[in-house]
Write a protein that binds this ligand. Structure first.
Ligand code: XIL
Length: 302
């Protein structure tokens, strides 16, 4: 196959990208997106601040533009993200526990209901664990007011809201075996043992020289898969350039392909010029939509 999406499909996987609604009017952006990718994740448009800026008042216009574009191109959509401490409107943080619980469940019900049947996988909860060696939960309005049970509650609500969507927990710095990924692993194992609905774990995979592709990446993906969940690489970008960057991308693709339950890879943007990492060149296409060595390495590995 001659494109990322088609090559991944031959391996029973998808190859996706984060998409920004306001770039869908740029012809080169859309041409590259439509040619190469068969899954999209809205980069910001499905976050709480975008969808529900004030309580129970929902704004779907930008997210809808991405979903309808994806549907017109037969692309899958990853929903990102329902419950996250960041890009959270300030009104949420001002609620007491009872109001926060009902606001969280209402947000999940409304948003998943709006997109019912159109989302392949939802990042139900994003980034709920701290970095470092503690393995503890991160402080957030949800954690601080509702306690550890908020994640389980969010997943149970999500299952009922769209029974056909895969429900994922998504995080960063969990790509290798470390205290943070151990904490997520223990949570997923507990959920599976107790029948809490969870289908997948997303590994963001934002890599740079401080946080390189871990040597035990494949092993880590595999241990999660062995718990009975799918694994997905959800926000891949790798700082660098040339051969070194290409080698790192190849390692990521090879790790996913070696794990039968690794169902797809999403890169966190189409082109370096719109990367959230403003100072870097972490993606597969340069600012002129030329294929980089990293692109060639990914396509060859798929
Ligand atoms: C980033 C977006 O790419 C930026 O445009 C935005 O300003 C901040 O969020 N982890 C996530 C993503 O789960 O939602 C983040 O996306 C990157 C880190």
């Amino acid at each position: 196959a001659s494109t990322l999406g088609a090559a991944a499909a031959e391996k029973g996987r998808y190859f996706g990208t984060a998409v920004a609604a306001n770039r869908l009017s740029e012809p080169d952006y859309v041409a590259t997106l439509n040619r190469e990718f068969n899954s999209v994740t809205p980069e910001n448009e499905m976050k709480w601040d975008a969808l529900e800026p004030s309580r129970n008042s929902f704004n779907y216009a930008n997210a809808d533009r991405i979903v309808s574009h994806a549907r017109s191109q037969n692309m899958m959509v990853r929903g990102h993200t329902l419950v996250w401490h960041s890009q959270l409107p300030s009104w949420v943080g001002g609620l007491d526990a009872n109001n926060l619980r009902s606001a969280m469940n209402n947000h999940i019900n409304q948003v998943m209901g709006h997109y019912r049947g159109q989302i392949h996988s939802w990042d139900v909860v994003n980034e709920a664990f701290q970095d470092g060696s503690s393995g503890a939960r991160r402080s957030s309005p949800f954690q601080d007011r509702l306690g550890n049970g908020f994640i389980e509650e969010a997943f149970r609500t999500a299952r009922a809201a769209d029974p056909n969507a895969k429900l994922c927990y998504n995080d960063y710095n969990t790509d290798g075996i470390n205290a943070k990924s151990n904490a997520v692993y223990n949570m997923v194992r507990d959920f599976k043992q107790r029948g809490v609905p969870i289908d997948c774990v997303g590994f963001q995979s934002h890599f740079n020289s401080q946080s390189p592709v871990p040597s035990d990446y494949q092993q880590n993906l595999q241990r999660f898969a062995d718990l009975g969940v799918d694994v997905q690489i959800t926000e891949l970008d790798i700082e660098g350039s040339g051969t070194a960057q290409a080698d790192n991308y190849r390692r990521v693709v090879n790790a996913c392909l070696a794990v039968s339950r690794c169902t797809g890879i999403t890169v966190w943007g189409v082109t370096d010029k719109y990367s959230w990492r403003a100072s870097g060149t972490p993606l597969l296409f340069d600012g002129n939509y030329n294929k980089k060595p990293a692109y060639d390495a990914v396509l060859a590995a798929l």
